[in-house]
Design a binder for this molecule. Sequence first.
Ligand SMILES: Cc1cc2nc3c(=O)[nH]c(=O)nc-3n(C[C@H](O)[C@H](O)[C@H](O)COP(=O)(O)OP(=O)(O)OC[C@H]3O[C@@H](n4cnc5c(N)ncnc54)[C@H](O)[C@@H]3O)c2cc1C
Length: 310
Amino acid sequence: MRCTVIGAGVCGLSCAVRLLEAGWAVEVIAEKFSPETVSDRAAAVWYPFLVAPVDRAEVWGMASYSVFSELSASEPEAGVIMRTGREYLREPVESPGWHSAITHFRLLEPSELPDEYVHGWEFEVPVIEMPRYMAWLQLRCESLGGTLTQRRINSLDDAGGDARINCSGLGAQELADDDDLHPVRGQVLYLDQTPEVGHFDQQPETLAHVIPRSDCTVLGGTVQANDANESPSEDDTELILAKCTAMWPGLDITRITGVAVGLRPARSTVRLELEPGEQPLIHNYGHGGGGVTLSWGCADEVVALLSAAT
Ligand SMILES: Cc1cc2nc3c(=O)[nH]c(=O)nc-3n(C[C@H](O)[C@H](O)[C@H](O)COP(=O)(O)OP(=O)(O)OC[C@H]3O[C@@H](n4cnc5c(N)ncnc54)[C@H](O)[C@@H]3O)c2cc1C
């Protein structure tokens, strides 16, 4: 049986890998491949953020957590590394639902909080180094026999095969005629300096992160709904530096090496559902700020839906 996956971001490639493992012949069709996708811009830390519905996102997220932590131990070339991070909050809130399911989680002492923060926790989660990870994922897909075709399609009917998986990210605005889907702009900076641990303020209004990678540290961010401007902004750069310095006073702003912008494909809820028919179609898009975090869990559900439908 042949399946066409539309989209070569993290969601499309993860689905392609799981479908190939399940015995499907898979062609991935995409207008853009790595390093040109939104997925390549992701910071990327495992952390369910700006994504709904929360209950399904936690299930998809935990499935992905297991895969990423396994990859960190078994496949160094995948670029997944378990890191310690600290989340800071301006008001006390309950610990996230997934706190007891990850390898390390503890509440921070007041002495460990930066000024202006009153609560927080330390956790160990996968950091997915996207430039390396996307290259690895693409190679994994090809080594399992998947084919990659660079082509823009104007309609989902243009995709052949016995089944189709729509992982077109923001492209689904047009392809699925989806008014709920919209861009949420994010800007990040790259820094040639390493913090001891990652630092996070993951509230959408104040979003800030300092994420150590093996080749740089990624500083962020911005959460600008319905802003599709892909050019970096000086104002945003200053804002990001101010927010990150507040969490990490040792940050040396003279060591910034680059800047990038990506448009998160956001939606009121992730759309993961089957449109039955002679050529079944499964939509898997709208992952907002958590597409990497949810990628493997969603891919597993896509394969389960497709198996049940064929
Ligand atoms: C600055 C920033 C930081 C982020 N940090 C994190 C993080 O730390 N953790 C996390 O989990 N997530 C993070 N995200 C979110 C994450 O990047 C997205 O949720 C994820 O990349 C979405 O993946 P996708 O595969 O759905 O879409 P994309 O990566 O956008 O891929 C879409 C694919 O569809 C193709 N396509 C679209 N339209 C067509 C068409 N008409 N014809 C053919 N092909 C088409 C595109 O060419 C592309 O290949 C971040 C995002 C940004 C911008």
